[in-house]
Design a protein around this ligand. Structure first.
Ligand code: F6R
Length: 591
């Protein structure tokens, strides 16, 4: 939610900032702005809508500035509410990601002291507070004092006209430092700086950083601290479309490579996951949101099946209202970004209760890795499309490996599944090779306004994820349901205007699923079955999306890739903004 950028160096800050903001647009895209320090004044530019072109920006020939791309929380998208926000004098500008929960009290106090507010945002208290404290101290010290006053979550960067420095803070919202030669970048996420450097310092909660042309100093609890720069193994090409029309399509096509990379990391002769970490656990609680939650549901099925360990899966945003875990529960937080506020909060709650915490995340150094005792990284590379695709597949791979590592299945059976997993990149390529068939099918269904997705057993989370993918990018109302539950209510919605996508798996659920398909057909809904190519299904479905034959336990991977392509093509045919669906942001850093 919201992306922030700061730059100080030898290039033109306005250009660097706009190009970095473009790479953060997935975090919010309802309005944007920048402030460039030019001599003794700030040049400020704000617009509603997506980030404009670098070529249209010509604010000042200066090497210092800040920028922001917004996902509205306090106040609707407008130029007034767009960041940067300024103090009364117009000399201090701030860009912020997060929520200042005590902003109302601070604002009232500042207004009593004569400060005039222009926007409805929580952020605006920050520049006014800095201005207030600068009456008796310098810029840096004023920012330190402001940090003591703020409650909530924030990453912000402040600039003061006439001073060749930026001051930034991080608390519960992401912020990294990109370290170049003679230039320093501040950003919400690594892709923003990859064009210039892959040396990155991950700031910690409570850090205040002062950046000038000579480098940077980091303070924690008022004391200077050293934080090492790490080399990020991503390149700028990873964060570009590479000839594809959309990031989402590129990312779906990266699935085979992502599976390969994740397997290379964790599956050599043995499964390279520290089994010792899991010793002594009685049960597992998975906390996650959205697509990651669906991966968690597949994980539950796998861990219970292979390892016999009971697993509970909770939406992280609901977890606080449920009874706490038991003392020997392992908490697994699944979050591709590693920054989802609800998931982090649930992980922290588990930690406070004394549980062991495992993170499954795609982002090196993200907050989830700091909360966790142990992290298993998905090797998906940066995901820019708002709809999660390759990271979901990578999460599934990691969950298969964890479940199999903990498993009690005989060695031979284990080896057979691992061999099939090793074949997965090839199987996914076969699905991608059939993209034209999926596109033809998408043409037949793109005009519907309601589509039901159903599955049973391990096919049920696949149905949920298929429906989420479709609804978020095509705006078709799509619901995922356990096929057996249809007759307990949703049947009322079926009929010729509501087709049903059925995830059919040739396992113990198969016969019941065929029964469900007959029931659906009797209600006149068209049926699209997603099914392995060696399964006879034609008699039960109007259309079939074929996936390569594989052990049924691995069907969530192949079926999900096929449904990602289906959702993509339906949305494209409907002319939707695929990479940036309305009202969404990739990283949900507010609760
Ligand atoms: C849907 C999607 C979201 C995320 C959810 C959690 O395509 O991307 O539902 O899965 O916001 O995000 P992470 O995994 O970063 O915690």
């Amino acid at each position: 939610m919201c992306g922030i950028v700061g730059y100080i160096g030898f290039r033109r800050a306005d250009r660097v900032i706009v190009s970095s903001l473009k790479r953060l647009e997935y975090r919010g895209y309802d309005s944007w702005g920048l402030a460039i320090s030019d001599g003794g004044e700030l040049k400020v530019f704000k617009r509603v809508g997506g980030i404009g072109s670098v070529d249209d920006i010509n604010l000042a020939d200066s090497g210092i500035g800040v920028g922001h791309t917004r996902w509205a929380t306090h106040g609707k998208p407008s130029e007034v509410n767009a960041h940067p926000h300024m103090d009364c004098s117009g000399k201090i500008a701030v860009v912020h990601n997060g929520i200042i929960s005590n902003f109302q009290i601070l604002r009232e106090e500042l207004e009593r002291n004569g400060h005039e507010f222009r926007s409805e945002t929580d952020t605006e208290v920050i520049p006014h507070l800095i201005e207030e404290y600068m009456k008796s101290r310098d810029f840096e010290k004023a920012v330190f004092k402001v940090v003591d006053e703020l409650e909530g979550s924030y990453a912000f960067v402040a600039v003061h006209a006439g001073e060749d420095k930026l001051v930034a803070c991080r608390y519960k919202s992401p912020l990294i430092l990109g370290v170049g030669d003679g230039e320093i970048f501040l950003a919400s996420d690594v892709p923003a700086v990859l064009e210039y450097t892959n040396r990155v310092v991950y700031l910690e909660d409570g850090d205040v950083v002062i950046v000038d042309k000579n480098g940077f100093e980091i303070y924690s609890n008022g004391k200077r601290v050293e934080r090492k720069a790490e080399l990020v193994p991503w390149s700028i090409e990873d964060a570009e479309k590479g000839g594809y029309e959309h990031f989402m399509l590129k990312e779906i096509h990266e699935n085979p490579r992502v599976v390969e990379d994740t397997l290379i990391e964790y599956l050599r002769d043995d499964i390279e996951i520290d089994a010792g970490f899991f010793a002594g656990i009685s049960d597992i609680l998975i906390v996650a949101c959205g697509t990651s939650y669906h991966a968690g549901l597949v994980g539950k099925y796998l861990i219970e099946k292979f390892a016999g360990i009971p697993v509970r899966v909770e939406y992280a945003s609901e977890f606080n209202y449920h009874p706490p875990p038991l003392s020997r529960t392992l908490v697994i937080g699944i979050t591709q970004s590693g920054e989802t506020a609800d998931t982090l909060e649930a992980m922290r709650r588990g930690k406070k209760l004394g549980m062991k915490i495992l993170a499954i995340t795609n982002v090196l150094g993200s907050t989830a890795t700091r909360v966790a005792d142990y992290t298993v990284y998905t090797r998906a590379g940066p995901e820019i499309g708002v709809a999660a695709t390759k990271t979901f597949i990578a999460q599934l791979i990691v969950l298969y490996l964890i479940a199999l590592k903990l498993s009690a299945v005989p060695k031979r059976e284990l080896e057979e599944i691992l061999d099939q997993l090793r074949l997965m990149p090839q199987k996914i390529r076969q699905i991608l090779d059939r993209e034209d068939e999926i596109l033809s099918l998408a043409r037949r269904y793109a005009g519907y306004e309601n589509i039901m997705y159903v599955g049973r057993g391990i096919g049920y989370p696949v149905a949920l994820e298929g429906a989420l993918k479709l609804k978020e990018i095509s705006y078709i109302h799509a619901e995922g349901y356990p096929a057996g539950e249809l007759k307990h209510g949703p049947f009322a919605l079926l009929g010729e205007k509501t087709p049903v996508v059925a995830c059919v798996v040739k396992d113990e659920t198969f016969e019941s699923m065929l029964g469900n398909l007959k029931e659906i057909k009797a209600r006149d809904s068209k049926i699209i079955a997603v099914c392995d190519e060696d399964v006879e299904i034609e008699a039960f479905a109007d259309d079939v999306i074929r996936t390569p034959a594989i052990d049924p336990i691995l069907a969530p991977i192949t079926h999900s890739v096929a449904l990602q392509l289906f959702a993509y093509h339906v949305a494209r045919l409907r002319g939707c903004e695929i990479d940036k669906p309305r009202n969404l942001a990739k990283s949900v850093t507010v609760e």
